[in-house]
Ligand binder design. Structure first.
Ligand code: TYM
Length: 331
């Protein structure tokens, strides 16, 4: 019997998740776990490329485990683990560091954006961030990596590094494919629809957090910046309305064209109210499950302990293969 294809994806424990994390990544993780052997990692090592308060990092790590479960990741089928619990990630990252050009890392838009945003802390870890991400993926011989559009460039680097290593040392790594959703891969800030929604945005009224209260969600949507004109259509010159159409699509499952027809001739006010109601309803069951699961820390720790054990079994094999090929002496 051929074994199942593999998925690896990750998320940073750097605070409350927003709806973009759900549409860009988590939603697909849940859908794909039936078909694939899945590894979902909470990337705490990546998180410290930005300064973190230790107590927050600890809390957010378990928050994220609870979020995965509340969204529908099934721990009996998928493996949820914390990156720092699997030391092979940093070990492989070191090796890959030695196969990555400085120019390749300095071209990364995320590095450029973050070094502009935090000029007081442009550290080497931030620079090497995508190499650690490549290690995350390659250790598990992942076939597919479900992520939002902002991670595409990191995936390309991962593929380049894997190909480079394979051609120097013979076939070692599977070349992974990105899996970026057609709709929802880049949710925009509600207050500035030309900018990606991001949890560290100064303007939090443009960010829909998964755990926001119902009235906060509704108010944020009702106050969302819209475009000139009155038509409710999905078009490049209407980033505000297109973003809201995307959210309505995610919340209701209705197709874009169907949504445009539904609101033809109707005003922005009516449309926003419908989006607000739909998103509130869509998130409600998640919030109930989240509260329940988050309250049980013992259970969360059990899940991540088991996840790390399984992850290490796989990661260890790939790392041993890499070490052998580059000429490290095995004992
Ligand atoms: P993070 O935590 O910043 O983002 C997690 C996932 O959410 C997606 N995302 C969005 N999707 C749509 N619209 C948005 N506004 C939006 N904001 C975030 C991201 O694309 C991502 O898929 N570097 C990764 C973490 C990582 C990883 C990995 C991912 C580390 N190792 C290995 C895959 C495989 C990141 O950006 O996390």
């Amino acid at each position: 019997m051929q074994s199942r294809k593999v998925i690896l994806s990750g998320m940073q424990p750097t605070g409350g998740l927003h709806i973009g994390h759900l549409t860009g990544a988590l939603k697909n993780w849940v859908e794909l776990q039936n078909e694939y052997e899945c590894y979902f990692t909470i990337v705490d090592l990546h998180a410290i490329t930005i300064r973190q308060e230790p107590a927050n990092l600890r809390r957010w790590t378990l928050d994220l485990a609870a979020t995965f479960l509340a969204c529908g990741i099934d721990p009996t089928r998928s493996h949820i683990f914390v990156q720092s619990h699997v030391p092979e990630h940093t070990q492989l990252a070191w090796v890959l560091n030695c196969f990555t050009g400085m120019g390749e890392c300095s071209r990364m838009t995320q590095f450029k954006d973050k070094s502009q945003k935090y000029p007081e802390n442009v550290n080497v870890g931030l620079f090497a961030y995508p190499i650690l991400m490549a290690a995350d993926i390659l250790l598990y011989q992942a076939d597919l990596v479900p992520v939002g559009a902002d991670q595409k460039q990191h995936l390309e680097l991962t593929r380049d590094l894997a190909q480079r290593f394979n051609s120097l040392y013979s076939e070692t790594f599977k070349i992974p494919e990105p899996y970026i959703p057609k709709v929802g891969a880049k949710i925009m800030n509600l207050q500035n629809p030309t900018k990606k929604m991001s949890k560290s945005d100064e303007n939090q009224s443009g960010v829909l957090f998964l755990v926001d209260e119902d009235n906060q969600i509704a108010n944020k949507i009702k106050r969302a910046v819209t475009d000139s004109g009155a038509e409710i259509v999905f078009r490049e010159d209407k980033p505000g309305i297109s973003n809201l159409i995307t959210l309505y699509h995610i919340a209701t499952g209705k197709q874009i064209e169907e949504i445009e027809n539904e609101f033809a001739g109707k005003g922005y006010g009516e449309f926003k109210k419908a989006v607000a109601d739909a998103v509130v309803e869509f998130l409600r069951p998640f919030k109930v499950r989240y509260r329940e699961i988050r309250a049980n820390e013992e259970y969360l720790k059990l899940i991540i302990r088991e996840g790390a054990e399984q992850a290490r079994r796989v990661a260890n094999k790939t790392l041993a293969k890499v070490y052998r090929k580059i000429g490290f002496v095995a004992l």
